[in-house]
Design a protein around this ligand. Sequence first.
Ligand code: GDG
Length: 471
Amino acid sequence: MAEQSGRLVVVSNRVGPLSDEGKAGGLAVGLADALRRRGGLWFGWSGEISDAGSSSELKTETHGSTSLVTIDLTQDEIDGFYFGYANRSLWPLLHYRLDIASFERSSDRVYRAVNRRFAERLAPQLEADDLVWIHDYHFFYMGSELRRASYDGRLGYFLHIPFCPPEMLTALPASHDLVRALLDYDVVGFQTEGDRRNFVAFCVQELGAEDVDGDRVRTSDGRVVRASAFPIGIDAEGFAEFATSEEAREHEAMVNDISRGRHQIVGVDRMDYSKGIVERFRGFEQLLEDHPEERGQVQFLQVAPLSRSELEAYVDLRNELEGLAGNINGRFATLDWNPIQILVNGFTRRALAGIYRAAQVCMVTPLRDGMNLVAKEFIAAQDPADPGVLILSRFAGARAELPEALIINPYSTDDVTRALLQALKMPLEERQRRHAAMRERVFRNTAQNWCETFLAVLDAPAERDLQPRSW
Ligand code: GDG
């Protein structure tokens, strides 16, 4: 690899961990790896809430050449920035759920203020040749606030979730400000081509920008911003190792004990309305309804750790899912068979890998998803000699790299049921062929490669250096 320029500075809502004790997801593993290699810092929220007086203190933890730097938020900031703007406005809207998005002027104000406060605290820590990489929908304005705080180095942004079409995004009262803020970065990354296209369409239709060569946007004042898709990956080797660990084997054995030779279907998702869990349950119910021969032959385990339970939409979802699972069990259970089980407590990553490995079918059926790492983890955890089948929504970003999965439309219960039946009956040779093709891609485009690809683009000579700046 070519020698890189300065340190890496990562900004994300939650930071770390830097060392992997089986807790870190692919993103943390990839970023920690890049940070170790380049040295630098990872900046974000401490996870603590404190009063206004002490919330601006920086907490620093140093590990070798890398520091974790965090600050607290106040309760008002959590309410306006995190629960309010990020999770009541941006999350539903960017997942195409205009019907449940709510827009409040006060949370817009707090969101911008938190972005500014974070930028003002970070700016004095930065060095001129740092590569600054901001992550996700919590920090749209962080780049422009860093510019305002006179930082003039390289700035990159990656959006982990979808970018909805301009016709929908314009419902957000401050949509122009939000997208204009992205144009203050040097590189803006998305999970898929579709997301990138939606972003460029917004810039062209709403902000008078120009689409240049399919991977750049020229703003109305002549600056050029790189906009590309960088599909995220997982730490595939690490996850495959997890799947054969002692803890994984114990969990695999537990699942096998419960299913007693029945076909095991799994779903693994943060409990979120974007994940299509309701639609998946309906598909499973219809399988039992229309195919009596499958009753007693299949078992469905849904792992759905609770998430954002402070928000009403998430409480409603939990009630709905528990109600649906109860109904399915009520209709079909027998003395020795409970068709469906939903577990709302999380597992360790090793245990999770064992659960994936015990499954013959994994259902990943989001109504909209940036990428969906579960799909990739399931592939990495399988035994290539006798792999399970992946059912994957056409609306997950992962679909582009995993076309050998059974691709379904989660809104169509018939489609979900048909795919379940096909998965349950798929011959070994076909399972192996589909799995091998997907495994190859999951092991090629890893979290580590994703980081290095993004950073190589951010590190490349900037077109903006050839151009006048406008601020
Ligand atoms: C966002 C985007 C994008 C789940 N249950 C447990 C557990 N998990 C882990 C999974 C997986 C992660 O949570 C979920 O990742 P996803 O990618 O599926 O979804 P989001 O959380 O919505 O992530 C998404 C991602 O960012 C990365 O860019 O792919 O589209 O929405 O790793 O394994 N982990 C543990 N116990 C559980 O019970 N330890």
